[in-house]
Design a protein around this ligand. Sequence first.
Ligand SMILES: Nc1ncnc2c1ncn2[C@@H]1O[C@H](COP(=O)(O)OP(=O)(O)OP(=O)(O)O)[C@@H](O)[C@H]1O
Ligand SMILES: [Mg+2]
Length: 289
Amino acid sequence: MAVAHTPWQQLPAEVHIAVEKRLGSAYTVQTSDAGANNGTNATLTLTDSTRLFIKGQFGRAPREFLDPVADPQDGSDWWGADWGPVDQLNEEARINPYLPAASPRVLWREEVADWHLVAFEWIDGRHADYRPGSPDIAATAQALADLGACRIPPIPLPTARDRWGYYCDRDVRHLLDGGGTLLHTDPAEVNVLVDAHARAHLVDWAWPAVGPGWINPALWGLRLVAAGHDFADAAAWASEIPAWAEATPGAVKAFTRAEARRWTDEADRGTYGADSLVDDVLAWADFWV
Ligand SMILES: Nc1ncnc2c1ncn2[C@@H]1O[C@H](COP(=O)(O)OP(=O)(O)OP(=O)(O)O)[C@@H](O)[C@H]1O
Ligand SMILES: [Mg+2]
């Protein structure tokens, strides 16, 4: 669902007052105008120079978490028809305590005037650069490898089949099953912050899932292709992630085809950034025979 971006300054006064009260400090605001952002987000700097990053969405309270009805074959899905941006933000907060140490922790949540805010530790870093030769690639490989070692969060999470089954050919859907690895599902450069110590931090856990660990590098590989790597080079980087060893060519083929269809749909819907990614995703899927 497309939701307009609301600059922090345009939030209702009640929100600003509640946040200032919560922080116990005045603050200055740096907003991001990155195109994909919806709802609101901002970096707040307190008078003692502490920073934090806030994401917010507007609307009804998050959905009470029910056991999902996950059967892509009958057209229903894990998220349900009334799933919205507030639920997504709630997901991001819910999974947060179980993420690898490098991912920023939730500091607090606040609900005021139908705005749902989640405050995160601030990461002093810049977006990863995936272009060939960038040192950020090895740093990101480490962050993805760390996911393989992460305990599965003890909360309901969609599986890889929930997420990609709809787009996957029926006869190979089972190849998405199994595996017990936490999946970020969107390891784009803008969702990886690299700090001054060359450590990569995965942010934007809005679409977590659990499934075969090779899906993390399969998704990352297409981002490397989009950043200018040739296929063999992207595949070689993917193979740096230990879980890649469990991937079979058939499973990677089935998965990357499903992801390509998903992005084709996103492009048709006008999702920000999808148009420029579609050709690379299709080509990455074609690479796997
Ligand atoms: N904890 C953090 N500390 C510093 N900067 C952050 C932090 N989390 C996110 N950012 C920055 O803010 C940007 C937007 O955050 P994020 O990716 O979480 O939200 P989003 O892109 O709005 O989500 P969506 O995918 O729904 O559009 C990131 O690309 C990153 O540059
Ligand atoms: Mg993002």
